[in-house]
Design a protein around this ligand. Structure first.
Ligand SMILES: Cc1cc2nc3c(=O)[nH]c(=O)nc-3n(C[C@H](O)[C@H](O)[C@H](O)COP(=O)(O)O)c2cc1C
Length: 296
């Protein structure tokens, strides 16, 4: 398989600059391993594992499912305690951490002390400058339209804005799941991309088949952004949250019926193996670059 070399692939020791988004209640070991085995960086969201034993088991499963790097996401000010989980991940050799839902500062020194890297998810320049001041190694620029807790600025504005005003590598997130979109993000100055929503409609996502099919069947007009479910602005398939006034209690199985997705449902045409999606992104990327190199 042809790779794509960027600063991100060098930094993380991966072959293609695609991070499989950490996705609460969606991305478990099988999807993380599939993304890493396809040359990208699969990532686990720590709140998917309620006990240290569960997490230890997942990390052991991943160790046998892939010999490639994978990353871990910490919801810094989320509802789940993560301190001991972080220690376990460090002991198990995880090197790349992605912080979300809060500033990365509490994570950085501990990860750096063990030789790891921290990427901070940010939606604004203020958050980016704070993350840089705390010593983060990179930024994930989460743009408008992303699944999960999406941003407010369009990717076309956010990526160059953060590049201009910080000196950190920027990875682009929000609405990227094809090679053309990846080429556009790299043209904006991003070192790589995060793909989330598109990977819900994969063989390896651990969700109900109906959720995968809803991602395929939905168009951008079927997506709503509201803070009423989690208390933070988040993006949902509208029909899955119809009549739901607030999020269920922690641990309730009703969360499994609330389906987060961003507007990149537009590009989700079928449920496929994650490797097919990543390989297609890489092939299309090289096609676009080739086409562009002929422009005068
Ligand atoms: C179902 C779902 C769950 C998500 N859960 C998380 C999460 O637990 N932690 C996190 O940092 N981001 C989470 N995200 C956001 C992604 O990390 C990423 O920013 C986003 O998916 C990128 O945009 P895209 O969905 O258009 O590809 C989630 C996204 C989706 C679609």
């Amino acid at each position: 398989m042809a790779g794509i070399r960027t600063g991100l692939t060098e930094m993380l020791g991966i072959k293609v600059p695609v991070i499989g988004a950490p996705m609460f209640l969606v991305a478990f070991e099988e999807l993380v391993a599939a993304v890493s085995n396809a040359g990208g960086l699969g990532t686990l969201a720590l709140p998917n594992y309620r006990t240290l034993d569960d997490l230890d088991q997942a990390l052991a499963t991943l160790d046998s499912a892939t010999d490639r790097p994978f990353g871990v996401n910490i919801h810094v000010s989320g509802r789940f305690p993560w301190s001991q989980q972080l220690e376990l991940c460090l002991d198990r050799g995880v090197r790349c951490f992605i912080t979300s839902l809060g500033a990365p500062a509490p994570v950085i020194d501990r990860v750096h002390a063990r030789g790891g890297l921290v990427f901070a998810e940010v939606v604004s320049l203020e958050q980016a400058v704070r993350a840089e001041g705390s010593g983060a190694d990179g930024l994930i620029a989460v743009a408008r339209g992303a699944g999960g807790h999406g941003g407010v600025l369009p990717l076309m504005v956010l990526v160059p804005y953060l590049k201009e005003h910080t000196s950190l590598p920027v990875v682009a997130a929000g609405g990227i799941s094809t090679g053309r979109q990846m080429a556009a993000a790299l043209a904006l100055g991003a070192w790589g991309v995060v793909t989330g929503t598109r990977l819900v409609a994969t063989v390896e996502a651990r969700v109900a088949e109906a959720y995968k099919q809803a991602v395929v069947a939905s168009g951008p007009g079927d997506i709503v952004v509201t803070d009423r479910i989690t208390g933070n602005r988040a993006s949902w398939i509208a029909r899955s949250i119809e009549g739901v006034e607030s999020g269920p209690s922690i641990g309730s199985r009703r969360w499994l019926d609330l389906w987060s997705a961003g507007v990149s449902v537009a590009q989700a045409d079928a449920v496929k193996p994650a490797a097919t999606i990543i390989n297609d992104m890489v092939d299309e990327f090289h096609g676009v670059v080739n086409q562009f190199s002929k422009l005068q």
